[in-house]
Design a protein around this ligand. Structure first.
Ligand code: MTE
Ligand code: CO
Length: 437
């Protein structure tokens, strides 16, 4: 799909985030803001009219002639009827596409794994295109022997396969001051869930020999942003991986090819992509991304810092603003839940804005620090509904309401918003992002 076809034609002016937040604060926020998705959905609806020639008892066109041979598509692609299933950005959100974000189309997915081509991208200096033959990982600082590894060297360490979610700390960040973006792709799409293959950072550090006074690591990327973050040594030794594969194939360039850090359960910003250097030290570096950014400004002017762990969260991905209910009768409600502190133990769903809750049916693998899929199979009488989901994790933590969260954190931050999301389902089946608590 060309960039042009995603351009806003809904009349909403291009606005900077600052202007947007100011508007939100004065209560004239873009209520019911439509998105490119709504237009796509409308187009999809037109295209969805079936040609009777292809319906029984006729023999459909695709059954009456030979299909394509092997190698018509050497690297497989989705059907052309799925071309609306793409990552999307919000043009006015950031000043440039190189320091920006696009969003995972959660409403189009099922199960727990995010396909590689649909994993949201977030980067601060554009996607680095790295020749793996020329890529090196340096380990230096408080170590017995500084080391320089090629990709080949790294692949000789024992390998591990783990499924983990990655959520940007800014996911749902635009919703702190009220319902803003009318689509679950935009409100919750800064999350993906992937099976990584990689090696343990612990094993690599052992090779270099960490000095006894070491406490922190600094992870640095080879992109033009040279993005870096301080990582506590304890976490590095516990479960951090250096990954070179995602869902079985090499990392996508957007996701850090040829090497990225995997920091299970912790905010996406820590997962340094295009990883080129790890320095061992005895204190944090206080890098840009852990001082002016990725800190949570509280109502009293103090900031929470080093807020690494992503708390339990969930969202209903269908019905959702981009996934209307087809009609009365049997329907499937579905969504995803995840926690940076362990596994998902239970998900509750309400259809009446929190008056009554029922336990959703979880199906598929329930893995540590991974997305978990839930369903509610229900009969709809066509009445308006306020649907919400609420995740419980293995530590006993329960996903808070947005007002509970605001009472503690205020509304200044854009990070760590894991409040309960509400969708209003109208009797027509149309869905809207609203807030009731
Ligand atoms: N690593 C480098 N080198 N440069 C970056 O800009 N962005 C970070 C992190 N790692 C970033 C990076 C942020 S803020 C997030 S949320 C995740 O990568 C996003 O990972 P993804 O692009 O695979 O979704
Ligand atoms: Co991020």
């Amino acid at each position: 799909m060309s960039k042009g076809s995603q351009e806003r034609t809904d009349g909403a002016p291009n606005r900077s985030r600052r202007q947007f937040l100011a508007a939100a604060a004065t209560g004239v926020a873009a209520a019911g803001l439509t998105t490119a998705n709504a237009q796509e959905a409308a187009k999809g609806a037109k295209a969805a009219v079936a040609n009777p020639k292809n319906l029984p008892p006729n023999v459909a066109g695709w059954s009456s002639s030979l299909g394509d041979g092997v190698q018509a598509n050497p690297y497989g692609k989705p059907s052309k009827f799925e071309k609306h299933v793409v990552r999307r950005d919000v043009e006015w959100l950031t000043a440039s596409t190189e320091s920006s974000v696009n969003f995972t189309p959660l409403h189009e997915l099922d199960g727990i794994i995010t396909p590689n081509g649909l994993c949201f991208e977030r980067h601060h200096g554009g996607t680095a295109r790295i020749n793996p033959i020329e890529h090196r990982l340096m380990i230096n600082g408080l170590v017995d022997k500084p080391l320089l590894f090629s990709m080949e060297d790294l692949k000789r360490f024992p390998r591990y396969n783990r499924v983990y979610f990655l959520e940007c700390a800014a996911n749902s960040g635009m919703e702190w001051r009220g319902a803003q973006l009318n689509g679950c792709q935009y409100t919750h799409g800064m999350v993906h869930n992937v099976m990584y293959t990689g090696i343990r950072l612990k094993d690599v550090l052992e090779e270099a020999g960490v000095k006894p006074n070491a406490k922190w690591l600094m992870l640095e990327g080879a992109d033009s942003a040279g993005m870096n973050r301080s990582l506590p040594l304890d976490k590095a030794l516990k479960d951090v991986l250096l990954a070179f594969k995602m869902n079985g194939e090499s990392l996508r360039e957007e996701q850090g090819y040829p090497l990225r850090a995997v920091i299970p359960g912790w905010e996406g910003n820590m997962w340094v992509k295009w990883l080129r250097r790890i320095e061992v030290g005895d204190q944090p570096w206080h890098a840009r991304e852990e001082t002016s950014k990725y800190t949570d400004l509280l109502a009293d002017g103090r900031s929470r810092r080093f807020t690494y762990i992503m708390d339990a969260k969930s969202v209903i991905t269908g019905p959702a603003p981009e996934a209307r209910l087809p009609g009365k009768g049997r329907n499937v409600l579905t969504g995803i839940a995840w926690s940076g502190r362990g596994t998902i133990k239970r998900v509750d769903v309400t259809l009446d804005g929190g008056k009554n809750w029922v336990e959703a049916r979880i199906d598929g693998p329930i893995l540590d620090m991974s997305v978990t899929r839930f369903y509610l199979d229900f009969d709809w009488d066509g009445r308006e509904m306020l649907v919400q989901s609420r995740a419980h994790d293995s530590t006993g933590y329960v996903q808070p309401t947005k007002s509970e969260l605001r009472a503690v954190r205020g509304v200044n931050s854009i990070y760590h918003n894991n409040g309960i999301q509400t969708w209003l389902v109208r009797s027509t089946g149309e869905v809207e992002n609203v807030e009731i608590s």
